[in-house]
Design a protein around this ligand. Sequence first.
Ligand SMILES: Nc1ncnc2c1ncn2[C@@H]1O[C@H](COP(=O)(O)OP(=O)(O)O)[C@@H](O)[C@H]1O
Ligand SMILES: [Mg+2]
Length: 583
Amino acid sequence: MRNFLVLKEYFLKYKFRIFLGLVALIITDGLQLIIPRILKYAVDGINAGEISGFLLLKFAFFILLISIFIAFFRFCWRYFVIGTSLKILELLRDRFFSHLQTLSFNFFNNTKTGELMALATNDILAVRRAVGIGLVILTDTIVLTIASLIMMFRINMLLTFYVLIPLPLLSISTFFLGKALHVRFKNVQDAFAKLTDKVQENLSGIRVVKAFVQESYEVYNFKKYNQFFVRENMRLVKIWGGFFPLLMLLAGVSTAIVLFWGGRQVIMNIITLGDFVAFTSYLAILTWPMIGIGWVVNLLQRGSASLGRINQVLETEPKIKDLPQALRITRPLKGTIEFSDVHFRYSKKLPYVLKSIDLKILAKEQVAIVGRTGEGKTTLVNLIARVFEPESGAVLIDGKDVKNYRLKDIRRRIGFVPQDTFLFSLSLKENIGFGNPEIPMERIIEAAKVAQIYDEIMEFPNKFDTVIGERGVSLSGGQKQRIAIARAIILNPDILILDDALSSIDTETEEKIIGKLTPIMKERTTIIITHRMSSIKNISRIIVIEAGSITEDGSHEELISHGGMYKNLYEKQMLKEKLERGF
Ligand SMILES: Nc1ncnc2c1ncn2[C@@H]1O[C@H](COP(=O)(O)OP(=O)(O)O)[C@@H](O)[C@H]1O
Ligand SMILES: [Mg+2]
């Protein structure tokens, strides 16, 4: 239950509302307990034959009045308690999401997205149930149990003892059945998730399915998931179907005891008929908290476990964060970059991806990095923006270790076009200006022109306001990459990094883009990673990375005469291009 401590401040924030809700709840309970007393007087009166029609009408009116009050206060507690639990969870959800934003890439590298989604949905829901419904049932149970027991004791102590025998069984069976129900319900949810995943995967891959004529295999596969889903549902139905009948049975045993023992006591004149009727009503009231207690223990346990998992994420400290006296960057950087004996690996269990990297890039220098896939190029440039940190050695920008700069300042000064572009379901305008919503339209247009995407944007029905993913608007790989280039250059960064950013673009467009980018590149330090040698022929310095080490560094001519990996890659590329052009 210690897990719930994180919610303390939220509870305190809403203490007044919670208090109002609980007061309304207690009033509702109190009013409920009055009705059996009225019944007692009415029945005793009728039995003795000394009640007038007018008095009976008065009793009926009382019951009606109380019922109206009960309805009103019941609305109040639901409104306050459940409403507050929603608000508390809103705060928790916000905190969870904004905490995720602070965590480093490493965290997301090691945590599955599905797990985080489950935390943000299922676990948050479990906490909400525990907080809202749990709080209500807990209060209800305590108040109703104590009050109705007192009322029953006042009528007859012995009878109360007898009927109490089967009641704890109610709590115990609710507790255990509730647990089993939860497990099976979760299995049903999982089976449903698998089923929808299957459908989603099939639909997004429908072209591949059809191209490989795999329709019947897919149908067969779907059938299996579908059957599994039904089977899990049946397992749930078996318990769910038995749950209420069992509770009714146990409650019925108590009623039978009351009828037999209570009836005898009426006959023997120990209690009045009115007492008997009231007693039966109290018993009915008591049944609910007896079930509730078993239920609430489950809710609280589940909520606590979920909150424990959420807390674990909330307590995760971002690995990469600002030093206490982090340097602000207020003026443009010169843009020198230096790697000094950098070693890096993604985790202690994995081999080194970068080994003894020593590299100096001058201010406003243009550098191309080439190498085969998986040699460490992306990793290398990720260290510049401190997406990851070297295990040993240092990366320096303008002569200072990047660790010393404020993280958001240094990232703001680096324009980065990643290998896999990601666009948000926003308008093209918002996607290009993503780093800053106040960028004037002229600059967005300008950036789009440089990235060679302007003409194509103007052909979309809503031009720059076209929303990606809406009404079937989807972009080709090359279009996405050019949007990403526009996004990176619009903020006028001091360092521009293109990580294989032109791979989905045809050679001709690539040459156009590079031509347009050249003046922009000349004003800042630029690193271009590419596997297409023809596009870097004008770049004066080329670096080759092999297995995490720099093996060649020089101009195109130097590297060709060196006769190493670069020459090899270059010749293969030339051959490929010749073949493409048909000699
Ligand atoms: N997030 C990651 N976690 C673990 N290993 C990774 C990760 N990213 C890349 N690697 C590994 O690091 C090596 C270098 O990858 P990368 O820098 O992407 O190469 P390149 O960009 O040259 O293709 C590869 O062996 C790759 O499998
Ligand atoms: Mg790469």
